[in-house]
Design a protein around this ligand. Structure first.
Ligand code: MEV
Length: 318
């Protein structure tokens, strides 16, 4: 049997993170320069059911059986088999390679789950539909992030820009006018589970204040969506920068993220904000295409450990 492979992109949140957990709309974009590839190779001479799981990104090389049941890779495997009504897995080696840095808000956990679920179902002879992949990935995101909104698994599963409202049908956001973003990694890892939990504590302690911030972010995401139709890049940039201020008010920015945002603006970006859970991870900056290189260089001089330039164009993702 030939090796089965499946690959999934990374993601960024254009606007609306955190508030989306509380029902506000948010916009997420797939990032195809980052990806996870899962390869499954049958091992006909190994005892039935022996599954070797190799994931260098987390330093893992183990028999699946020896992992805890709530280990996300074991839980994904079990859930795929359960949904497919399969009880035995032919002996195999599963290798997961990802170029997405872990715990930086770029969707590594969702990307790993989606690529594993797709590869596994194909290996079992019956590739599962996107809707089921998304459902499985949402369950596994709960193991990673506690109370996720579901936006990460959705954008990674469908691999298109999405305007996402928790509990509502998925809206594929059509990009009508191209725009360019520079993504810059602060180099500080941060677990989304922790920032989401911290925001929840603050919200519980002062619901009025935080509900107001969430409502402002919700308005802003609606404006970004409208703006994408109009193609007013200056306004788009202003909205992103305003979103960063609201994320600062939520307490999820850091001095390093603020420095990178300010650096991008000083270097000529039209707007900039942290993207994802915050507390570390990445910022995104909306830039004129011709200035992407100089702004990336400025961000690297400011301490970004890496930058990626990505252009959203009609008919494709980032
Ligand atoms: C993480 O990419 C986005 C957050 O809003 C968490 C979530 O929506 O699950 C911070």
């Amino acid at each position: 049997m030939p090796a089965i492979t499946s690959s999934s992109p990374g993601k960024i949140i254009l606007c609306g993170e955190h508030a989306v957990v509380y029902g506000a709309p948010a916009i997420a974009l797939p990032v195809f320069q980052l990806n996870t590839k899962t390869t499954i190779l049958a091992q006909p001479s190994a005892p039935e059911g022996k599954v070797r799981m190799i994931a260098p990104c987390i330093g893992l090389d183990s028999d699946l059986e020896s992992l805890a049941d709530n280990h996300p890779l074991k839980a994904t495997t079990a859930l795929v088999m359960q949904k497919m009504g399969v009880t035995r897995l032919q002996a195999c080696e599963i290798r997961i390679n990802t170029t997405i840095p872990i715990a930086t808000g770029l969707g590594s956990s969702a990307s790993v789950t989606v690529s594993l679920a797709r590869a596994l179902s194909a290996f079992l002879g019956n590739p599962i539909p996107d809707e089921l992949v998304n459902q499985i990935a949402f369950e596994i995101e709960k193991l990673h992030h506690g109370t996720p909104s579901g936006i990460d698994n959705t954008v990674v599963t469908y691999q298109v820009p999405v305007y996402f409202v928790k509990g509502e049908p998925i809206e594929h956001l059509k990009i009508r006018h191209p725009f360019t973003l520079v993504i810059a990694d602060s180099g500080a890892a941060s677990l989304t589970a922790e920032t989401v939990a911290r925001v929840r504590e603050r919200w519980l302690a002062d619901k009025e204040r935080y509900d107001t911030i969430f409502a402002n972010i919700a308005d802003l995401s609606r404006e970004v969506k409208e703006n994408l139709e109009k193609n007013d890049l200056n306004q788009h940039g202003e909205l992103l920068s305003r979103n960063h201020e609201l994320l600062q008010a939520l307490g999820v920015s850091t001095p390093m993220l603020d420095d990178l945002v300010n650096c991008a603006l000083q270097a000529g970006a039209l707007g900039a904000k942290l993207s994802g859970g915050g507390g570390g991870g990445n910022i995104i900056a909306l830039v004129h295409h011709t200035q992407a290189d100089s702004i990336s260089r400025a961000l690297e001089q400011q301490g970004a450990v890496r930058t990626i330039t990505t252009t959203l164009a009609p008919g494709r993702g980032a």
